[in-house]
Design a protein around this ligand. Structure first.
Ligand code: ZN
Length: 131
């Protein structure tokens, strides 16, 4: 199961909680785990609160993880080394418990796709594993 996400900025957080929850519901799994995965080397996933100020703070912080203006070796062939490096630090998968047929999230936990080299079309894979 997968869905697509369009991004509009070079670095951008997109809340994909509704889409992931919908895939879990379609799976029919009542008790298990949802593996959420982005098959991309310049995107990532994270869980945190979807509050406008915090999303802005997260975006700022993500930009600080890896400096963009360094002369990276990968930039000899592709001008996006910082995007790859930030993706490697943040990670491209999440594992979320499924309980009573729903994602078991904290009140302030939303699922974000982190675009690091947008704008692009991204694919998000959701595997609901369980019974
Ligand atoms: Zn590259």
């Amino acid at each position: 199961m997968s869905f697509r996400v369009s991004t509009s900025e070079r670095i951008q957080l997109k809340d994909i909680t509704t889409e992931v929850a919908s895939e879990v519901k379609k799976s029919g799994v009542i008790d298990g785990v949802a593996l959420v995965y982005v098959p991309h080397a310049t995107a990532a996933l994270l869980i945190n609160e979807n509050e406008r100020g915090l999303v802005s703070d997260l975006t700022w912080t993500i930009k600080q993880i890896v400096p963009w203006d360094r002369s990276y070796e990968h930039n000899r062939i592709d001008d996006n080394a910082a995007a790859h490096l930030t993706s490697a630090v943040l990670g491209c998968n999440l594992t979320i418990p499924i309980t009573d047929g729903k994602l078991e999230r904290g009140t302030w936990q939303n699922i974000f796709l982190v675009e690091l080299d947008g704008p692009r079309q991204r694919r998000v894979i959701v595997k609901a594993i369980g019974k």
